[in-house]
Design a protein around this ligand. Structure first.
Ligand code: ADP
Ligand code: MG
Ligand code: MG
Length: 248
């Protein structure tokens, strides 16, 4: 589904990713862990096509297409979803408006008919229920006044509605208490754990991985993947710390 080969990039002339390679197949959940400043968020933003994240070498192929030849909205329409560490607030635009607009513009880009108002509300209710988020919350402006947990749940509702092929989730667990973590974890499993989908979970901590069990765990340090393994690697990292595991 996604093959990244020897990716290097720069932000404002500063090299961040330094030869990162990673391959993700349909049906797999991968976790990337790593110390602060390793380049985890940079990887997510670069794959999403954020401005100023300049690719200087290497390739990324998503569902057989050259990802870096696609505009950010084309990547999204092709089924790439990015969940952010710090979700943005959009005053004046309700969640429901935002979600319907996002979904229908992606459907249009794929040559599909837009959902009617009724169809959309039915879908939104179903996904909100899955994440335990009140529909009243979705009538409010995007993320304005939402708690950390509510923002992450709303983001998972968005993921459920957009129904992506590949979700890259950057520290989705940050700021969540245990109850919210369980709900968000269950939401990720319900929406994304399918044979035709894949997830790249970026996290500092092992605890999200108690709820969303990864098939593969990678350590990102100084701009590249320095170690890969199974779920046991996350436990080892938690126990011994990055420095110890990376040096071994
Ligand atoms: P992580 O998510 O693993 O904590 P980041 O990808 O956020 O790491 O950051 C990787 C490196 O890139 C850090 O050294 C950080 O200071 C640098 N960096 C991130 N964003 C910018 C930016 N906009 N301009 C310059 N340097 C940046
Ligand atoms: Mg960080
Ligand atoms: Mg980060």
């Amino acid at each position: 589904m996604l093959t990244i080969d020897n990716l290097t990039n720069e932000i404002d002339g500063k090299a961040i990713l330094k030869g990162l390679s990673l391959s993700i197949k349909a049906g797999e959940i991968h976790a990337i862990m790593g110390p602060n400043g390793a380049g985890k968020s940079t990887l997510a933003y670069t794959l999403g096509g954020r401005p100023h994240y300049e690719v200087t070498g290497g390739t990324a192929t998503f569902e057989g297409a050259d990802l870096f030849e696609m505009e950010p909205h084309e990547r999204a329409a092709a089924g790439l979803f990015l969940g952010f560490q710090y979700p943005v607030e959009i005053p004046g635009v309700s969640n429901l408006q935002f979600l319907r607009e996002s979904l229908n513009s992606q459907r249009k880009a794929r040559g599909e008919e837009p959902l009617s108002g009724g169809e959309f509300i039915k879908l939104a209710k179903e996904k909100a229920a899955l994440l335990g988020l009140d529909m009243e919350m979705l009538k409010r402006p995007v993320n304005v006044g939402f708690s950390g947990g509510e923002k992450k749940r709303a983001e998972m509702v968005q993921m459920g509605i957009l129904d992506p092929r590949l979700a890259i989730l950057d520290e989705t667990d940050s700021g969540l208490d245990i109850d919210a973590l369980k709900i968000v974890g269950a939401g990720i499993n319900a929406i994304m754990r399918r044979p035709d989908k894949a997830v790249l979970l970026i996290t500092h901590y092992q605890r999200l991985l108690d709820y969303v069990k990864p098939d593969f765990v990678h350590v990102l340090a100084a701009g590249r993947i320095v170690k890969s393994g199974g779920p046991e690697l996350a436990l080892e990292l938690e126990r011994e710390g990055y420095a110890e595991v990376v040096a071994a």
